[in-house]
Write a protein that binds this ligand. Sequence first.
Ligand code: NDP
Ligand code: 2IT
Length: 455
Amino acid sequence: MATLTKNASVENEVKKFIKRLSERNPNETEFIQAVEEVVESILPFIKNHKKYSDPFILDRLCEPERVIMFNIPWLDDKGNYRLNRGYRVQMNSAIGPYKGGLRFHPSVNLSILKFLAFEQVFKNSLTTLPLGGAKGGADFDPKGKTDNEIMKFCQSYMTEMYRYIGADVDIPAGDIGVNEKEIGYMFGQYKRLKTQFNGVITGKGLSFGGSPLRPEATGYGTVYFAREMLKKQGEKLDGKTAVISGAGNVALFAAEKLIEHNVKVLAVSDSGGFMFIKDGLMQDVLEKLMEFKFEKRGRLKKFAEEHNYDFYNGEKPWAVKCDMAFPCATQNEIYGEEAQKLVDNGCKLVSEGANMPSTKEAIDVFKKNKILYGPGKAANAGGVAISGLEMVQNSNHRPWTREEVNEELRNIMRDIHDECTEYGNDGNGFVDYVKGANIAGFIKVADAMIAQGLV
Ligand code: NDP
Ligand code: 2IT
């Protein structure tokens, strides 16, 4: 009874907190969703740890330290005037300079960037590196744009952004729609405007300060995290089947690492639908797919037609029978019913390459069915972790080898897994990785905020 009352009172506090937050941030549904998931874990923890009981800590964590919003004018190849909206949300700098990716996608708005920046604060804390949290981007659609247009756009974005970032201030990187090419154009413009060559942005090309393995790091890391979750249960990746959503940077490198571990990858997708590969994706086909996607920004449907694979128009891959699912496309791509379908079909593990791909209802389904569920802020932290190591290499003016970076990535993913286990273990061998990641991420940031006073 006592537990019931306690749970009920925590539930009420979460509701009250979220109500206040929603009133203060109207229409920011993604941001509210991300905060709710964290507050559900943190409030019960705070109740038992007086040091953190000042409610102001949570309020401050939910308020960006700074939001920059600006216009991005540029000229397309026909000489037409174009206008986009750019942003940088500098969420929290308690444990280090702001760090987080840039997203170029037509859906980008303040709510989405605030949710991503909020998640980034906890994720970066989990990496054990001294990195604060930020996110930015623009409502620009790179699809169908020429190289020249992308360059003009990136230069215009940086012409405003360069004032607010710096190697010790705020260090952007890639995300959806922003890859090595866009990073190169933005770095070039920063260098021109500031006459400085430093580690102001990560994900750079290898020839100008990029880290080996940064492109692979998020996808590989998500698989390493899955491997750790399985290992804890005495299981292995080898011989299992997997479905992946997305066919971008994170998805295709996750596929590569899974194939290396002898996992049969049955599906990948893009926003047009999913491609079903009955006998599992082979490395040589994956290489062609990478070239098709990364170099030509091609549509998956066309690739499936050219290589005789079934393509399911407009559908997501969650109804494909599999042992493991790797959502690697975007937020809210697994709803409650889709999660139930995965579970009904025997899926035992979900490792999130994307940020917040599972809705609250989907997470409830995973928890109820004791699925090994690695939330994005833990499972996809490998990308920002290697960004952090790119910063180290830049400031030391000494690049590392691919092997050195891979070893670091494996260790960091293992350590993140262990941090989650420490705070998410229910004592009966089951780990609530959501709770574990939220609490472990929170402690370090909250300690630093308390130590620094009201700033
Ligand atoms: P990419 O742009 O390389 O690829 C994105 C993929 O997801 C594409 O296949 C794209 O399909 C699909 N996608 C994007 N938006 C939607 C949508 N609204 N509906 C359906 N499909 C969609 O991005 P990344 O691979 O870098 O990022 C993927 C996810 O991983 C994002 O959630 C990102 O925040 C997260 N992430 C990325 C990191 C990184 O280092 N890049 C680090 C940590 C997390 P289409 O081409 O048809 O749009
Ligand atoms: O969501 C993420 O962690 C990223 N897009 C990578 C951020 C980074 O700074 O490397």
